[in-house]
Design a protein around this ligand. Structure first.
Ligand SMILES: [Zn+2]
Ligand SMILES: [Zn+2]
Length: 158
């Protein structure tokens, strides 16, 4: 599945087809949540999303959680393994495949893209498995948390 040719209409169609299949109601709240998520370029968590939503709509945190579950189910969003106690999500369409650098100390997340990885994985096929999307998580220490940098700071203060 190529996710680069993206239109918000096609995302809505996927959600509509999914709700129909599950025999679930196509409530305006669910679509409003979907739309807000697709206007967001950042990683988000349920509570923050709910707060943003509540500026414009009457939605409960339960509805936000519930809709997030549905969107995960039809692969319109992904859940990231970083963020600690608070689960972080991100839209899957309309954003170039990217990877994440995660600082094991402060939890900071940086995104990056890599042409070589993309080309390599585009040509990688599996006989009994169909790839839909992928993401790499690289763990390490960010610049701010590097001990050597801290020492330098101290020396400057002396
Ligand atoms: Zn850090
Ligand atoms: Zn990301």
């Amino acid at each position: 599945m190529v996710k680069d040719d993206f239109s918000y209409e096609s995302v809505k169609d996927i959600f509509t087809a999914f709700l129909k299949k599950k025999k679930m109601r196509k409530t305006p709240e669910r679509y409003a949540i979907l739309e807000k998520i697709y206007q967001t370029e950042m990683h988000f968590d349920a509570e923050t999303l709910c707060n943003v939503m509540q500026n414009e709509y009457r939605v409960s945190l339960a509805t936000v959680y519930n809709t997030i579950e549905l969107l995960l189910d039809c692969s319109l969003i992904v859940k990231h393994p970083f963020g600690g106690q608070t689960a972080k999500f991100e839209k899957t369409f309309g954003k170039q495949t990217h990877h994440h650098l995660i600082c094991s100390k402060c939890g900071a997340v940086k995104e990056f893209t890599d042409k070589k990885i993309r080309t390599m994985l585009k040509t990688k096929t599996f006989a009994t498995f169909e790839t839909t999307h992928y993401s790499l998580y690289i763990y390490g220490i960010c610049n701010k948390c590097k001990p050597s940098n801290k020492r330098k700071d101290k020396m400057l203060l002396v």
